[in-house]
Ligand binder design. Structure first.
Ligand code: KIV
Ligand code: NA
Length: 265
């Protein structure tokens, strides 16, 4: 296939096609996911937990993110590469945020992702003005897990839902090209998606988003122990890892994953 571009992703979104994203931290999986037709590879700071064994994403550093981004970029041929700005790499100032984003773009990212709404809008605008595509991330933002009081659904009450909607609009106005919605009630995610000119990528946010993302090791059932309720084991019945990833792509495209009934009201 031809390399995915922001222009192409916007076209797909405009035609109502669901967008597919998975986390990817290294070259060999980048090849597998690219071959299986995943449109976007996310070097998520979840690698701090999945690969490094930390109990949150807070210890992950910019250098580590750049290293994994370089690995993914070498294995990838045609997917759109999104890299997370890790905790502390954009919290001090606009200058620091721009410098950190530049480091990830130079490592091979096509777009950077950052968490939070409100205070992040000026940085989003600064990055977009400087030619760096940006993906927002709202709802459960793991870099704020200690402030949020754990891994819980966000935007449940009326006030929190209104704030989430406002933050999404502000990010879009600041020039963000996409927004990840994590652990948000399905109905709220659906409303936000309908109101926004840009695609939303959901994780634990129901079927009403413009696309979906999962942590690769969760959907391949590599992660031991209990998985979040919204994860499906795509290895079940699949003859290979590439087949499991292909089935994720086709289930998302067909609107069969996720299933809204598995989600919170
Ligand atoms: O780091 C990550 O894996 C993420 C996704 C869960 C959206 O940010
Ligand atoms: Na992340």
């Amino acid at each position: 296939r031809k390399p995915l571009t922001l222009h192409r992703l916007r076209e797909l979104h405009a035609t109502g096609e669901k967008l597919t994203m998975l986390t990817c931290y290294d070259a060999v999986f980048a090849q597998v996911l690219d071959n299986a037709g995943v449109e976007m590879l996310l070097i998520g700071d979840s690698l701090g937990m999945v690969l490094q064994g930390h109990d949150s994403t807070l210890p992950t550093t910019l250098e580590e993110m750049a290293y994994h981004t370089r690995c993914v970029a070498r294995g990838n041929r045609s997917a759109w590469i999104v890299a997370d700005l890790p905790f502390g790499s954009y919290h001090e100032s606009l200058e620091q945020g721009v410098r950190s984003a530049v480091a990830l773009m130079q490592a091979g990212a096509h777009m950077i992702k950052l968490e939070g709404g409100g205070w992040t809008s000026p940085l989003v605008r600064a990055l977009v003005e400087r030619g760096i595509p940006v993906c927002g991330h709202l709802g459960l933002t793991p870099q704020s897990v200690h402030a949020l009081g754990g891994w819980r659904v966000q935007g449940r009450d009326h006030e929190a839902a209104a704030t989430l909607k406002r933050h999404a609009q502000e990010l879009a106005q600041a020039g963000a090209a996409m927004i990840v919605l994590e652990l948000v009630p399905a109905a709220l995610a659906r409303e936000i998606t309908a109101e926004l000119p840009i695609p939303t990528i959901g994780i634990g946010a129901g079927a009403g988003c413009s696309g979906q993302v999962l942590v690769l090791h969760d959907m391949l059932d590599i992660t031991p122990g209990r998985k979040p309720r919204f994860v499906r084991n795509f290895m079940e019945g699949a003859p290979s890892i590439e087949a499991a990833v292909r089935s994720y792509v086709s289930e998302v495209k067909a609107g069969r994953f996720p299933d809204d009934q598995l989600h919170s009201r």
